[in-house]
Design a binder for this molecule. Structure first.
Ligand code: AMP
Ligand code: MG
Length: 332
């Protein structure tokens, strides 16, 4: 009889998912990593003033050190302790949109460590809106450095389970605040010679910003500007090749392949319905943003070889959604 030798099976320790804000605070005070819910996407948070803790964020995500982090505080008042100067337009934006999905890049004070800003003399700051994370930050006497809680280059997480699936063995606790209500990363605005410049399209649409402060410039060459590595090409990639554009035109290239369709409002008649996901059948761009990243992940479980993603209208949040799809695509 043949003896079977069983390989020992090792399971990576998974993180606890829970709603214990006190526990999250205790861990963060000890320099640990905690995944936090925000209105945009889940963040991978650490004490922004603890260099070792911040370094462990980069390690857990496999994120290059030249890609700076956003510092999250509980109020605009508190942010003033971290930035050297607030141009009047930045103040107007803070007053109107904080807490909310807007990040401002401002000159930093020395109290913000270089590891957070990748050595830049500016720091990205934001006051997030999620009530649990607001309560959490209020228990701390330091702000939280927090990039999105996903491996570098991959789709951002919009639920606690997404974080568990990908970083469960690298984070000490996942604070579960439900599905995110905006679903896209924050819009990032910097200032060049006091003029507002968009570094990243995101959860606050540019139209809304322009209604308040007038026209804003798009950052030059946002996709390769070292100031904004969040804009790197080939970012936000799902586990299957995604092609972005006009599905009717693209489909001819993929004969014999099992095609999935990520559409806006209307299904494609020539594909089986169970291989299609619509971001918002009623045509609501906010709903489309909320669904985007979760649907990109869904396709991993679908019996498809590739994803065709339809371009959405280039208005409001549609611009930021198209930006993410373009960046996730292999054909752009
Ligand atoms: P994430 O936290 O993954 O959403 O990425 C944060 C992004 O904020 C980075 O990838 C940069 O694009 C941007 N960012 C952070 N700090 C700065 C800064 N000092 N100057 C310009 N952009 C910044
Ligand atoms: Mg990110």
């Amino acid at each position: 009889m043949r003896l079977h030798v069983f390989e020992p099976i090792t399971f990576a320790a998974m993180a606890e998912i829970g709603t214990d804000i006190q526990k999250a605070a205790r861990l963060l005070k000890r320099g640990k990593l905690v995944a936090i819910p925000t209105e945009t996407v889940y963040g991978l948070a650490a004490n922004a003033f603890n260099e070792e803790a911040v370094l462990s964020i980069f390690e857990a995500k496999n994120r290059p050190h030249f890609d700076p982090l956003i510092v999250h505080s509980s109020s605009a008042e508190w942010v003033k302790q971290h930035v050297a100067n607030i141009p009047p337009i930045a103040q107007t934006l803070m007053d109107e949109f904080w807490p909310g999905p807007l990040t401002l890049v401002l000159p930093k004070k020395p109290v913000v460590p270089d590891v957070v800003t990748s050595g830049l003399d500016s720091v990205a700051v934001r006051v997030p809106q999620h009530p649990m994370t607001q309560d959490l930050i209020r228990l701390l006497d330091f702000p939280l450095a927090a990039p999105s809680a996903n491996p570098f280059g991959y789709v951002s997480p919009t639920t606690a389970q997404h974080v568990e699936d990908q970083l469960g063995d690298k984070v000490d606790y996942i604070l579960d605040g439900g599905s995110t209500t905006v679903g896209l990363e924050s819009t990032i605005i910097g200032f060049e010679e006091a003029k507002p410049v968009v570094y990243r399209l995101g959860g606050l649409s540019i139209d809304v910003i322009e209604d308040l402060i007038g026209p804003v410039e798009m950052g030059l060459n946002m996709s390769s500007d070292p100031k904004a590595p969040g804009m790197l090409k080939s970012h936000y990639a799902p586990g299957k090749p995604l092609y972005f554009g006009n599905p009717g035109e693209m489909i001819t290239e993929f004969e014999g392949k099992r095609i999935g369709f990520l559409g806006f409002m209307t299904r494609l008649e020539f594909l089986p319905p169970n291989r299609q996901l619509l971001l918002s059948p009623r045509g609501d761009l906010h709903e489309a943003a909320v669904n985007l990243f979760a649907f990109m992940r869904e396709f991993e479980k679908f019996p498809v070889d590739l994803i065709l993603a339809e371009k959405l209208p280039e208005i409001g949040l549609g611009r930021a959604i198209n930006d993410r799809l373009r960046r996730a695509a292999v054909n752009s």
